[in-house]
Design a protein around this ligand. Structure first.
Ligand code: NAD
Length: 497
């Protein structure tokens, strides 16, 4: 049986690549090869960008309500196909079916938001900034924009990008993760079915070569990147150097602070879900917990909850599935060992776990490292697996100091019943997304994703109001009409009224 190939989308056609370089796409629960992904050739990248540049000429002038209606239809198509999308996502990514639906749903919310573009892409108008003179802004699309996405949310993150870019009047070239582009491609098919015209959305594939070509291409005006800090920094530097507008959402190390007055049941349940759910492969996973004061006595309860979580193939819809690849599993296991070697106690060890019927899967069970300190490798590196580091502090101030000294600023959470403590945390913590008695505080699209410090490069977030700014250029027009004064001779001075 021949392995199916993932197609590219160029100028409205799903086309096979002419490349000789193919990447095998495997099911993380079985290692079974599902498909082959092309390393798109540079010629094909140029074709995709050229198609997007040509389509921009008409798309930028398409009425805003026409654009908006496409996304209204698109959101319905995503809803109608939710089960199929989730099953595809689980097969190639590994997460549980319930979590896969969550992945699609979070993206769907951005599509819903994009359908309201008529209320978002508005400028300002002031009448009479001088006698008979009006001044106004218009938010104009930039041109061809590009998106580069990671493996961990193959539905949500592409949907953070192209709906907002296209709704604002741009055309787009998407480069999905080469580790799981199939659900992304199905979402792209549905986008065309919803009415996105040919050339407005294009898809190319591959790894570093494709990313570098996107960074360098003179006809691409802006890039939205989500992925690791190392690659995001490279993309930011290279694409900025080439004169592009760039935003990069990157790696993380997210701390939960537990105060002893927290509602214990709620807090520990939420912590377990946020540390180990999606096998820890969320940029907002809570991977460090700081127990303050008497909350130190809750360690045993944390371990008990983690032990109860069931690891299984994603399609069996238990608590956590496999990590994405053999290499990812080896990395997670190496970092657990580094923790043990550097003095952390391994209270729960998920290495070597066997899932019946899926002996080849990339499984790692929930793992807990205790007495972690800030100099340990397991603290300094993002593990991106189901591993929780436990640390201790005597006071809220001390916990805040630990978090603020960590370079990352993606997410954090505090668990307490004290309004005063929560308020202090909200004010003093130097992290872009803060949860109060809530473990994964990802903003809805009425806001924007606001990770900060080393977790982000660029000023603006990838969806919501900030994305409208990111994907548009503000033009200011100053207009004089019906001005009799203008005909009364030359004025060489700056107007004083
Ligand atoms: P990654 O950086 O390995 O890959 C991201 C993209 O970059 C992919 O499309 C990949 O093909 C490309 N790429 C990989 N290596 C490259 C290289 N050397 N040069 C140029 N391009 C390259 O990230 P990943 O492993 O797919 O995703 C996990 C990472 O993404 C984690 O660090 C996670 O925290 C981060 N992430 C961040 C957010 C956020 O919003 N801050 C959201 C999701 C994931």
């Amino acid at each position: 049986m021949t392995t199916q190939t993932v197609k590219q989308l160029i100028n409205g056609e799903f086309v096979e690549s002419t490349t000789s370089e193919w990447i095998e796409l495997t099911n993380p629960a079985t290692q079974e090869v599902i498909a082959k992904v092309p390393q798109t050739t540079s010629d094909e990248i140029n074709q995709a960008v050229a198609a997007a540049a040509e389509a921009f000429k008409t798309w930028r002038k398409t009425p805003i309500n026409t654009r908006s209606r496409i996304f209204l239809k698109y959101q319905q198509l995503i809803r109608d196909n939710m089960d199929e999308l989730a099953a595809m996502l689980t097969e190639e990514q590994g997460k549980t079916l319930a979590d896969a639906k969550g992945d699609v749903f979070r993206g769907l919310e951005v599509v819903e938001h994009a359908s309201g573009i008529g209320n978002l892409q508005q400028g300002a108008f002031i009448e009479n900034v001088a006698t008979g003179v009006d001044m106004y802004n218009i938010q104009q699309p930039l041109g061809v924009c590009a998106g580069i996405t990671p493996f961990n949310f193959p539905a949500m993150i592409p949907l953070w990008m192209f709906p907002m870019a296209i709704a604002t009047g741009n055309t787009f070239v998407l480069k999905p993760s080469e580790q799981n582009p199939m659900v992304t491609m199905r979402l792209v098919e549905l986008a065309l079915e919803a009415g996105i015209p040919k050339g407005v959305l294009n898809v190319v594939h591959g790894g570093k070569d494709t990313v570098d070509a996107i960074c360098d291409h003179p006809d691409i005006k802006a890039i939205s990147f989500v992925g690791s800090t190392a690659v995001g920094t490279h993309v930011y530097n290279r694409a900025s150097q080439a004169g592009k507008r760039v935003q990069c959402m990157m790696g993380a190390k997210n701390h939960a602070v537990i105060l002893p007055d927290a509602n214990k049941e709620q807090c520990l349940n939420q912590l377990a879900g946020a540390a180990f759910g999606a096998a820890g492969q969320r940029c907002m996973a809570l991977s460090v917990v700081i127990l303050v004061g008497e909350a130190k006595n809750w360690v045993g309860d944390i371990v008990e909850r983690a032990k109860k979580l069931v690891v299984a193939a994603g399609k069996d819809d238990k608590d956590l599935g496999p990590v994405i690849s053999k290499a990812a599993k080896a990395r997670v296991e190496r970092l657990i060992q580094a923790g043990a070697d550097e003095g952390a106690q391994v209270l729960l060890d998920g290495r070597g776990i066997k899932v019946e019927g899926f002996e080849n899967g990339n499984f790692v069970g929930p793992t807990i490292l205790d007495n972690v300190t800030t100099d340990m490798t397991c603290y300094k590196e993002e593990i991106f697996g189901p591993v929780l580091d436990i640390m201790y502090a005597d006071s809220l101030d001390e916990a805040i100091a630990i978090i603020n000294a960590n370079p990352n600023g993606n997410g954090t959470a505090i668990f307490t019943q004290s309004g005063a403590a929560a308020h202090k945390f909200q004010q003093d913590i130097d992290v872009g997304q803060v949860g109060i008695n809530l473990p994964i505080p990802v903003p809805l699209p009425m806001f924007s994703f606001t990770g900060s410090r080393a977790s982000k490069l660029g000023d603006l977030g990838p969806y919501g109001k900030q994305a409208v700014q990111f994907y548009t250029q503000t033009k200011t027009v100053t207009a004089r009409w019906f001005d009799d004064e203008a005909s009364k001779g030359v004025n060489t001075t700056i107007s004083l009224k």
